[in-house]
Design a protein around this ligand. Sequence first.
Ligand SMILES: *[C@@H]1O[C@H](CO)[C@@H](O)[C@H](O)[C@H]1NC(C)=O
Ligand SMILES: *[C@@H]1O[C@H](CO)[C@@H](O)[C@H](O)[C@H]1NC(C)=O
Ligand SMILES: *[C@@H]1O[C@H](CO)[C@@H](O)[C@H](O)[C@H]1NC(C)=O
Ligand SMILES: *[C@@H]1O[C@H](CO)[C@@H](O)[C@H](O)[C@H]1NC(C)=O
Ligand SMILES: *[C@@H]1O[C@H](CO)[C@@H](O)[C@H](O)[C@H]1NC(C)=O
Ligand SMILES: *[C@@H]1O[C@H](CO)[C@@H](O)[C@H](O)[C@H]1NC(C)=O
Ligand SMILES: *[C@@H]1O[C@H](CO)[C@@H](O)[C@H](O)[C@H]1NC(C)=O
Ligand SMILES: *[C@@H]1O[C@H](CO)[C@@H](O)[C@H](O)[C@H]1NC(C)=O
Length: 393
Amino acid sequence: MLGSTFTLLASLAVSTLASPIVELRSVNKTTSLADLALQKVLFDASPIFGYYVKNETSTSRWMEKYPDSTKIVHMNIPGVHDTQTWNYSLATQEALDHVTDLDGVTVYPPEVYRCQQQPIISMLNAGIRVFDLRVAFDPTNSTLVFWHSQALQSETATMDDVLFGFYKWLDDHPSEALLLSFNYEGSTTAYAQNNAAVQMAIYDTLTTPAAKKYFVQTQNEFGTLGEARGKITLLRRFSLSELPASYSNSIQGVYFDGNQWFDNNPDITLVYNSAKNLSAYIEDFYEPGEPYGQGAAYNIDRKYNATTAHIIKATTQYPDSLFWTFASSENDSDNPIETPEIMALGNGTATPLGGVNQRLIPFLKEQKGKRVGIVMFDFFDQPGDLVQTFLDI
Ligand SMILES: *[C@@H]1O[C@H](CO)[C@@H](O)[C@H](O)[C@H]1NC(C)=O
Ligand SMILES: *[C@@H]1O[C@H](CO)[C@@H](O)[C@H](O)[C@H]1NC(C)=O
Ligand SMILES: *[C@@H]1O[C@H](CO)[C@@H](O)[C@H](O)[C@H]1NC(C)=O
Ligand SMILES: *[C@@H]1O[C@H](CO)[C@@H](O)[C@H](O)[C@H]1NC(C)=O
Ligand SMILES: *[C@@H]1O[C@H](CO)[C@@H](O)[C@H](O)[C@H]1NC(C)=O
Ligand SMILES: *[C@@H]1O[C@H](CO)[C@@H](O)[C@H](O)[C@H]1NC(C)=O
Ligand SMILES: *[C@@H]1O[C@H](CO)[C@@H](O)[C@H](O)[C@H]1NC(C)=O
Ligand SMILES: *[C@@H]1O[C@H](CO)[C@@H](O)[C@H](O)[C@H]1NC(C)=O
């Protein structure tokens, strides 16, 4: 009886995990049910998390060299914007058409939504420690899945599945501290609402026994690296306004109130703890505005200016406050359209200086020894020395 159960589980695991999960696919008579269950969850997470692989590189444990007493707000930490979009190609979009066709909204071409091209597991191993993630209900209001506006990223990988990928990676990298920014994503389907049901689902996912173990449990305060290692600090960008106040009062993490996070603003001051007068300084000028139709070079220059102005503020002001700078941007209504990729990486010969990412390399090299804070990138893997340059500051 036990033997046949084992064979069934093992063969299921082998057939679904057949290819790329390098060290997790080995199954034999001593493999525990707990290991098999983890393999299954990680496989379910893979459309968003990628296939779990161990890949120790010079960047996979970069926080090891910093003392426990280092304050998080004093650190320079690379992050990624709209993380969940890394595999949003035309093939992925078309594979999800049968779902999104029912949503009552128009889904634009994939390049409008796509902000990354490496899986989360590669981001982690490459040194990225801050992740911008967007969730909402699936079209049936049953599960929390990942979106970028109308673009559904996977109909199967749930928020909880993907968290297990981060938990597993932290077990393998206990020196590292992660910061996960979760936001409720709007404009997903014609009928989606940021209502009590979806807020309760997000709350529940972030307060499971596993979440209680892996998330830093303090509220509205950043502590030291020592307190954050092996754990996730929640950057809570979603509101729990439709639930009784006890939910907001009890959930862990630092709350970034959307009412203070002014839309498309290059210089936000957001008070996240009024009792202790703690503020975050944020640049989130994501959509270049007037004058319109100027093309890539002009708009990249404008975004580069906003990004570097904020980083310079981080190096010169409020040394004990959080600085959070977004190097990512797009204007998908402009003509010609500035996609996230064009803004980050340039538009060929029309942009001889490159995109925001290429232009940041020499700028970041000049900041050596200074505090720049958190900087969020689109297409973080290009140019190939961007993250290393950032970590060398
Ligand atoms: C069995 O697989 C586990 C991983 O599931 C591995 O750690 C262990 O070394 C393997 N044992 C043998 C005898 O191959
Ligand atoms: C990425 O997308 C392609 C095309 O939709 C798909 O075949 C592949 O399985 C996806 N990758 C993962 C890790 O899910
Ligand atoms: C491991 O990381 C290196 C450097 O980032 C990368 O070139 C390589 O493709 C990675 N290997 C795997 C299996 O992910
Ligand atoms: C999902 O919830 C929204 C908001 O309450 C509602 O309008 C919509 O009909 C629901 N969809 C389904 C499929 O139940
Ligand atoms: C609150 O902190 C800011 C710096 O972030 C400072 O400029 C301001 O004076 C402080 N206010 C009070 C009342 O301490
Ligand atoms: C983006 O471009 C469109 C078209 O040029 C324009 O209408 C829109 O206002 C721009 N966005 C912002 C935030 O200025
Ligand atoms: C990017 O380059 C293409 C081809 O040269 C051009 O048609 C398009 O207008 C450019 N886009 C922007 C935003 O400048
Ligand atoms: C960016 O800043 C530089 C230097 O101050 C300035 O010359 C340039 O006009 C700015 N670019 C845009 C598009 O505003």
